[in-house]
Design a protein around this ligand. Structure first.
Ligand code: KG4
Ligand code: ZN
Length: 402
């Protein structure tokens, strides 16, 4: 079975192909991510209308590359072209009527090629930015209509979690459950209890900003680049290297919001405000914002975020008797978070296993949508959709899918 998976929930245009058969299992045979970071960086965050325009521009070239590189598509001979009826064209134009150049590109593409060897189209239908979501969704609807290939819809958050099993290997074992997953992305910070694949319960979440958002906003306050997570962590690493050489103590202190609170919820907006006040106070005191001072503050921001994330995850894993802890989402790419979580698990819950996705599978990608689709089939909880009815859901929540 060949699954073609598309991800356009935010600012990465990504397509992956997963091939599976009963003998050899599953394999990602293509995984292309086109990042829009350069386009959004000057604005210090994702601009939805620009994200949509980039998806419209890039989807077909990436689709063409994915299918050609894997040999799953071949061109029609000149005399076979134009076998599309005008009513089919009209329908496709209607599906893609709000999608600018994607409409022309899609029609050109399907005129040029034979039906590809794809058995299932899959798409992240939420949560995310609605303009971005709709672009990928409308392309999938048009392709499903024209090629008559079924659609599987995927919750982007489930996909982030299942990226822990990429590239498909070491499939989940009964003895791994229950699992506690810390899902930390640009839009979400949640602790999720997983009884088995497909059964998800949110046991705690942020009451305001997400952890990734806090990295992004505080990075902006420090004049660091976008996205803020990697920028802050790079500066923090430089600070750590300096203090390990020179034995310096920092007197910069930021709060650890809700760390001692009984619930498993988080709150990160106060940390952003505290950083703002800290910067203002230092300025008033005449402190020079040298690169070293910025690194020192970046390090404290990173430590504050990570301390809370690690402390609450360990507490949740203890309470729910987790056998395994997972990290998921863009912030899971943070090395300090991975290292600190590993250390705390070793010291506090030595029998609990720990896993996080490879960096390229932590931030948004198509392979995670593909493996979620594969798991839906393998563990028997398909989430089918039709091209007529599929809709974006920007606020989609993670819940039991079986
Ligand atoms: O999962 P993701 O790629 O997109 C969403 O679904 O939101 O997560 C993006 C977030 C951004 O806020 C970014 O700053 C953060 O992940 N991020 C990091 C790192 N790499 C990406 N945060 C901390 N450390 C990193 N190395
Ligand atoms: Zn994401």
């Amino acid at each position: 079975m060949n699954i073609l998976a598309i991800e356009t929930t935010c600012d990465e245009t990504a397509i992956a192909i997963l091939k599976s058969d009963s003998k050899r299992g599953a394999k990602i045979i293509s995984n292309i991510v086109s990042s829009q970071i350069k386009i959004h960086a000057p604005f210090g965050g994702v601009v939805p209308s620009l994200a949509k325009r980039e998806h419209q521009k890039n989807l077909i070239p990436i689709l063409e590359l994915s299918l050609k590189n894997t040999g799953l598509i071949s061109e029609l001979k000149t005399k076979e072209k134009n076998i599309i009826s005008s009513s089919q064209i009209k329908k496709i134009e209607n599906i893609l009527k709000r999608d600018g150049e994607l409409k022309e590109k899609t029609i050109e593409f399907i005129k040029k090629y034979k039906k590809p060897k794809i058995d299932l189209l899959s798409i992240a239908y939420g949560p995310g930015l609605e303009p971005s979501l709709w672009t990928g969704i409308n392309l999938v609807r048009a392709l499903s209509y024209f090629w008559n290939i079924p659609i599987e819809k995927v919750n982007h958050l489930e996909a982030h979690i299942l990226a822990n099993w990429l590239p498909p290997n070491n499939l989940p074992k009964k003895s791994d459950f229950p699992i506690v997953a810390l899902l930390v992305s640009g839009g979400h910070t949640q602790l999720i209890l997983i009884k088995e694949i497909g059964k998800y319960r949110i046991i705690g979440e942020t009451r305001d900003d997400a952890a990734g958002e806090c990295f992004d906003k505080t990075a902006r306050l420090l004049g660091l680049g976008y996205p803020g997570g990697p920028a802050i962590s790079k500066e923090a690493e430089k600070w750590m290297a300096k203090i390990s050489e020179k034995n310096i103590e920092s007197n910069i202190k930021l709060p650890r919001p809700m760390m001692r609170d009984k619930s498993f919820d988080f709150s990160f907006s106060g940390l952003k405000t505290a950083t703002l006040y800290l910067i203002e106070k230092l300025k008033k005191d005449g402190v020079r914002f040298s690169p070293s001072k910025i690194r020192e503050i970046a390090n404290e921001i990173q430590s504050a975020i990570i301390d809370v994330l690690v402390y609450k995850t360990i507490k949740a894993a203890g309470k729910y008797k987790a056998k395994k802890i997972l990290l998921a989402g863009g912030v899971a790419a943070n090395k300090k978070l991975r290292d600190k979580m590993k250390e705390y698990i070793k010291n506090n819950l030595p029998n609990v296993k720990f896993n996080y996705p490879e960096i390229k599978y932590s931030t948004d990608n198509g392979a995670m949508i593909a493996i979620a689709t594969y798991f839906h089939q393998k563990y028997n909880y398909p989430q089918s959709a039709t091209w007529q009815r599929l809709r974006a859901n920007g606020n989609l929540r993670l819940s039991n899918l079986r």
